[in-house]
Each structure stands twice: as structure tokens, then as C-alpha cells.
Write a protein that binds this ligand. Sequence first.
Ligand SMILES: Cc1ncc(COP(=O)(O)O)c(C=O)c1O
Length: 388
Amino acid sequence: MDNKKLDVLRSNVNDLDDKILDLLRERAEIVIEIGKEKKSTSNIVDYDREQKVLDRILQHTKAKYSKDSIVRIWREIFQASTKLQEIDRPTIDTKRSINLINIYKGGKSSLKGKDNIIKLSSNENSYGPSPKVLEKTNIKEALSNAHRYPNIDGAQLRDKLASVHNINANQIVLGCGSDETLLFAALAFCQDGDEIIHAEHGFEMYSIITKIVGATSKLIKEDKNYKVTVNSILEQVSPSTKIIYLANPNNPTGTYLARSEINEILNKLPKNIIMVLDGAYAEYVTKEDYDNSFSFVDQFENIILTRTFSKAYGLAGFRVGFCVSSTEIADYLNRVRQPFNANSLALFAAEKAAPYIHPKLASTTTKIGTDAPVEIRVQWEKEENKNS
Ligand SMILES: Cc1ncc(COP(=O)(O)O)c(C=O)c1O
């Protein structure tokens, strides 16, 4: 190692850093001047303007930085400018993207003066939990241990799920609802400047999660039947893409992608992009070309499949869901998962419920949505009763 040369190079870097600081100060002074012109001391540069600045820089850059690196650097610069503008105002600093989140609003569960209400907005199971679960769940037994924390990672339920679905327990991560497992993916893999792809008319949590981690939504265009296609998904992929969230079947459109289409996407997708296939309604689909197994995980390293006990299993009130992935991805997800995130009662009920729904169950076929190709399986309670 040539120490002299190293010292010279380091000194050059120091000089450049000083220049960058001077340039940033100069830039901030201009921004403040713009604020004075606009007679505003805050939000001088809004998100639309920032996006234009970013687009221009991305177009002109000659450096070989990746797009997400440039976006990340400039977001920091914008943030620093904002702080300079607000120098006299003590403010609580939030992550900037948090201000863009519209808090998720659940559907109403009651209406004044109406007794007979059919609530459809949250896609709950209107038949209630399986009588089998009610029969097998000894609430007293579960409650008697309420002073103890639950198992730290729900090992018993994961073992049960592993044996029911013929997968490895190390590939399963539990969540407080499958919502939480969707969030784990973004927390583990995304940061400011990254892009997350999801449908324009999809589950609202995808755009909320995107903002939580400071990433940007890239919306998949749908066809006239509100269906996303292999091409419309792949068209949105850029070097900054980290995750694709896809509800299959989709809520609220009821459309779905067939096994062969998911296969095609995964074969064409760069391996550093993770596809999160949200199977909240997987148990309801009866179409032959739909894959409600976990076999994609055996074929592809970059997929996370989510499932929930909230819908077909009728246990929404317990808030328990899970995801299945490679053990490597599961390990990353476990790093952002809080210990004890699935509570004792939820674990207890889900363990009893786990074996009682199966793709082989006979089904009723009720169409949902207009032109929706998805058929609703289930009435599994009836099926259960028939079998017992
Ligand atoms: C597409 C989709 N994914 C995930 C969820 C979340 O379900 P949970 O968090 O109850 O498992 C829902 C709930 O409505 C949904 O519609």
C-alpha cells in the first residue's frame, strides 16, 4: 500500500466534501430566497417540484450511480433545505413520507337505527368462525396462561402450519394479521428512493406501507376489466424496484393471475426484486389454473406468499396471518418482526383452525364483482359438518 498516494487521495476527497458543503449552503440560500418571494417559510419546495428536480437530475446525470442512490442523496438534500427553512420554528420531525399517509379507515360495523346489517366492506367471513374451532378452543385454558408471554415466534403454530401445508417451519413467519407480514417485507428490503410496484386498484395497505418506508409507489395499469397483466407489471420495473405487491386474487377487483402468468413474471423478473403474492383470498378460488399451493417458494428465491386466518378461517378478530418464503428471506423478515407479535389467544385459535380448510373442500360458486373471474369457494363449515 502506497501511504503517500493514499494521503493525497484522502485530501482530495476532503477538498471535494468541503466544496459540496459550500454548494449545499449556496443552494439552501437560494431556496430560502424563493421562500421569501413566495412569502412562505415552510414547504417552499413541494413534492411535485421535488419530483421535477429529481427527474431533471436523473436525466442529466453522467455518473454511474443507481437511480435509487441519486434519489436517496437528493431526498436528504431536500430534507436539509426544509430544516433550514424552519430554523426558527421548533417542530417535531417526522419522516417526510409519513405526512403523505392517509390513515386506513375500516368500514362501518353499525348504523344507528339499523339492526339487520350485512357488512361487506372488510371482507369478513359472514358465517363466523368454524364451529370446529369454537368446539376445540378452550378459552379458559388459553386465558389461564394470560400472565405469560406467548411463544416468542409462534413455534407451535408454525409447526402445525408446516405439517398441514407440507412446508418447512423455518420458512414461515407469523404476523399480527397478514398485514404485518406485508409490512415486514418493506421494512426488511426498502428505504427512501426505492420503488414498490402495486396495482392502482389494489389493497390500500400497499401504498401506506410504501410511504411508511419512504419508498415510491409505481402503479400497475389495469386493463378494461381492472385486471393487471404480466406485461403491465413488468413495464413498471426499474433499477430502483425492490418489491411488487400483488393480491392474487385481487381485492377489490376480484381478478386473478393464473399459475402460468405468475411463473412468467417470476422468470422474467430480476432476482433482486421480491414478489409478494398476497393470498388473503387464496382459499376462495376454484379455478384450475390458479395456484393456491406454496410451490412457487420451491421454484423461486425471490417470492413471499402471504395467507391469513382472517377471511376463509373466520378469525379476523384474532389478527393472525403468516407468510412463506425461502428460509433466507424468512430470516430477514424475522429481524424486523417484534418478538411475541402473535398473541396467545390468536396462536391458540389458529392452531385449532389450521387443518380445517383445504383446497379440496367442495365449494359453492358465487361470483364476486362485475366481470370478476374469481369464484368463491368455501361454506367450509357446511362441509366440515357433512364430514364429521
Ligand atoms: C388483499 C388483502 N390482503 C391482506 C389483507 C389483510 O388481512 P389480515 O391483516 O386480516 O390478515 C386484506 C384484508 O382485507 C386484504 O384484502
